[in-house]
Design a protein around this ligand. Structure first.
Ligand SMILES: *[C@@H]1O[C@H](CO)[C@@H](O)[C@H](O)[C@H]1NC(C)=O
Ligand SMILES: *[C@@H]1O[C@H](CO)[C@@H](O)[C@H](O)[C@H]1NC(C)=O
Ligand SMILES: *[C@@H]1O[C@H](CO)[C@@H](O)[C@H](O)[C@H]1NC(C)=O
Ligand SMILES: *[C@@H]1O[C@H](CO)[C@@H](O)[C@H](O)[C@H]1NC(C)=O
Ligand SMILES: *[C@@H]1O[C@H](CO)[C@@H](O)[C@H](O)[C@H]1NC(C)=O
Ligand SMILES: *[C@@H]1O[C@H](CO)[C@@H](O)[C@H](O)[C@H]1NC(C)=O
Ligand SMILES: *[C@@H]1O[C@H](CO)[C@@H](O)[C@H](O)[C@H]1NC(C)=O
Length: 624
């Protein structure tokens, strides 16, 4: 408010503005805010940006208009967006279509990017095209409607954006009806004929809706993705889901971008820039990924709910470092620009919040993206951050000491605050009568003995933490928990039970299990069985894995195909369908359903015979 008052008095000095509308369109754009409500120091200083607009105004008062050439800085005295005096009105380019995310029962986030278009001086069309200077914001209008002709607009408003946030726009559309489909679009405030494409989105049922009424009584379909490396292939999995599955929401479990370069040129996927370190680097990478036609279509098709894994920051990140930099090492030798790990992480987090349609969590803590969605009494969808929030040191390749740490009592993937919240959320979910608990998180949960190798960057490197999760479920008799995982670039389907426990748990019948895990392969990133491995060779490896000692809980392994999976959630059953893409070296929709698994409510295990007894790819334990 203080900056507003100052602004008003500045305006008074110039005696040119008749009315000043309340509601700052800079603040309407959530991209200016700190991603963390309790950490306002990360926010853009909208007061300073406002002041900068004023300085531009002052400058233009003292520079003769003839030499200034500012025909594209019109004034909007008394208009809806009059608290800045100049706006770019030579048009904008909605460079990355639209996106939406984090739907609740009455609101959803809408996203776009509006970049000013260069213009010649109107009085001299042959003059050199110019762009606005950095002091000039762009104004966009958003509209959300129940029909794609926008006859029934339910919410609308103006928001500013500027170079400060890479011209991204993120607004919350409010006053929506629960469990309803919507269409939305953006337009240029100064020229309504310049419009973004129209996106589709929806709200979820409110928490108290009876399970049988959620999604109008139809099963709720979630499509689940992870590990989409641009240089490794085309994002056909996203396009396949958007075109052939049309899920109610898209979940991404992390590694939405990769910080590394790599040889994508041979398939037309060369990555721009360098290994990511600064805000410019991270923005440029997100920008490039978001040009993939499959990804654009999937963002247009419905709301996304995302969490990050390591590569949104850097390889095998943990709370204070990554495989190639950390805060404990002296100096900041990693990056070409000398960014320290903390700065690098901050840059990554800022760019992520600018570009992704993710909500700022009502946080009392640093970096918090872990959050919970209560979707009627059908399910709680709990999204965790096992990676960047408060993770104890992980396997960064050269620190073989983690081998001896993996059993440490106090080792944590989530940190105590998140872990307590997670356990409370599971218990609350049971208490409120939700049928399913779906947990979206990054890394493979079940113990996996891969020919004597255990992935210490997954839950296998944090065994006591895993034991605490399982004990919480067993001790509190929490039924119907379904853990979703990414990160591993291969498919793994397991019953949830304590590793090596053949007393309580029966691998053949599933008796004694407390839930299931669905771990999904990568959208494009190379198989952990060997990049480009063919199905027969991968199945030979899977056969070893599903029969190996230590892998009693593992029921299906598949390591050749890139793809994704869906969950169809109803009151009685939860069905997971795995999709395999035939070729990610060019853009295509060539894919097939490789396996389908059913979980019956109350059984806490995969329904037998698992996958109906047969799969189109990979190996079932029951077959091996
Ligand atoms: C708008 O942005 C897209 C994507 O970056 C680009 O291909 C196109 O040329 C731009 N249009 C104009 C008119 O600059
Ligand atoms: C508005 O944009 C359209 C489409 O780019 C353009 O043809 C028209 O001239 C613009 N109108 C004004 C007043 O600038
Ligand atoms: C941090 O980096 C330094 C230098 O690369 C390395 O010696 C040290 O082991 C790293 N610390 C951790 C905890 O990984
Ligand atoms: C580990 O946790 C136990 C039990 O919560 C606690 O008593 C102990 O002090 C912790 N040890 C370390 C090294 O933090
Ligand atoms: C892991 O599996 C291999 C077979 O691939 C087996 O020889 C080995 O004993 C197993 N290791 C453990 C720790 O269970
Ligand atoms: C299961 O047993 C194997 C040895 O047979 C061991 O390596 C592994 O750590 C055990 N897992 C847990 C979680 O105790
Ligand atoms: C996959 O696509 C690439 C590039 O278009 C092509 O060269 C290759 O032959 C295709 N692979 C298969 C198995 O069809």
């Amino acid at each position: 408010m203080a900056s507003f008052a100052k602004f008003a008095s500045l305006l008074a000095t110039f005696q040119c503005v008749v009315a000043l509308s309340l509601g700052n369109p800079l603040e309407r754009n959530l991209a200016y805010r700190s991603p963390f409500e309790e950490h306002p120091q990360f926010a853009r200083d909208t007061g300073a940006i406002q002041k900068r607009h004023m300085q531009a105004f002052r400058k233009r008062q003292t520079v003769p208009a003839g030499t200034f050439g500012d025909e594209h800085y019109p004034t909007f005295y008394g208009g809806d967006f009059s608290n800045t005096l100049f706006l770019w009105n030579a048009g904008v380019n909605f460079t990355h279509a639209v996106a939406s995310g984090d739907p609740l029962s009455t609101s959803v986030l809408l996203w776009t990017r509006a970049v000013p278009l260069p213009s010649t001086t109107p009085s001299n069309p042959s003059s050199t095209p110019f762009l606005p200077d950095q002091s000039v914001p762009v104004c966009v209008k958003f509209e959300i409607a129940t029909d794609n002709a926008f006859k029934h607009v339910v919410d609308s408003g103006n928001a500013f954006t500027s170079y400060d946030v890479d011209f991204t726009v993120k607004v919350e559309a409010n006053g929506l009806k629960a469990d309803t489909s919507y269409f939305y679009r953006f337009s240029d405030c100064t020229n309504a004929s310049i419009m973004s494409p129209v996106g589709k989105t929806r709200t979820f049922s409110d928490a108290n809706t009876p399970a049988s009424k959620v999604n109008g009584g139809k099963p709720l379909t979630l499509a689940v993705f992870s590990c989409s490396q641009y240089q490794a292939g085309w994002f056909n999995a996203y396009n396949f889901a958007a075109t052939n599955v049309t899920p109610d929401a898209f979940l991404h479990l992390g590694d939405y971008i990769y910080e590394s370069l790599g040889n994508g040129a041979k398939i037309g996927r060369a990555v721009l820039g360098r290994e990511l370190a600064t805000i410019h680097d991270y923005r440029q990478r997100l920008n490039q990924y978001r040009t993939d036609v499959g990804l654009v279509n999937a963002h247009l098709a419905g709301p996304w709910i995302t969490v990050w894994d390591d590569h949104e920051v850097a390889d095998n990140s943990w709370k204070a470092g990554t495989a190639d930099s950390n805060d404990t090492s002296t100096g900041c030798s990693f990056s070409p620009s000398g960014a320290c790990f903390t700065d690098r992480k901050l840059a990554a987090v800022r760019a992520y919040h600018e570009w992704m349609p993710i909500r700022q969590v009502a946080a009392d803590d640093k970096l918090r993206i872990w959050r919970n969605f209560q979707i009627g009494q059908l399910l709680d969808l709990t999204m965790l951050d096992t990676r960047n929030y408060d993770r104890d040191v992980t396997d960064v390749y050269y620190n073989t000491v983690v081998n001896t740490l993996a059993d440490g009592q106090n080792r944590s993937l989530m940190g105590p605050a998140q872990e307590n919240w997670f356990f409370d959320t599971l218990s609350q979910s049971k208490k409120r009568g939700a049928i399913w608990r779906v947990v979206g998180q990054q890394i493979v949960f079940t113990q996996l003995n891969e020919s004597g190798v255990f992935d210490l960057d997954a839950w296998d490197g944090y065994r006591q933490n895993r034991a605490r999760v399982l004990s919480h479920l067993y001790n509190n008799k929490i039924d119907n928990t379904v853990i979703l995982s990414g990160d591993s670039h291969a498919n793994w389907v397991s019953d949830l039970a304590h590793p090596n426990d053949t007393t309580t748990y029966n691998s053949a019948t599933g008796k004694g299990a407390i839930g299931v895990e669905f771990a999904g392969t990568a959208v494009t990133s190379g198989s952990s069985f060997g990049s480009g491995i063919q199905p027969a060779a991968a199945d030979a490896i899977s056969k070893v894995y599903v029969t190996a000692k230590g892998n009693e809980d593992l029921q299906w392994s598949e390591g050749s195909y890139r793809g994704f999976f869906t969950l169809q959630i109803s009151t009685k059953t939860l069905t997971a369908t795995y999709y395999a893409m035939n070729n990610v070296s060019n853009p295509n929709l060539d894919g097939f359903a490789s396996a389908q698994f059913v979980v019956n409510s109350g059984e806490n295990r995969l329904s037998r015979p698992i996958a109906g007894g047969s799969v189109k790819a990979g190996v079932l334990k029951s077959q091996a």
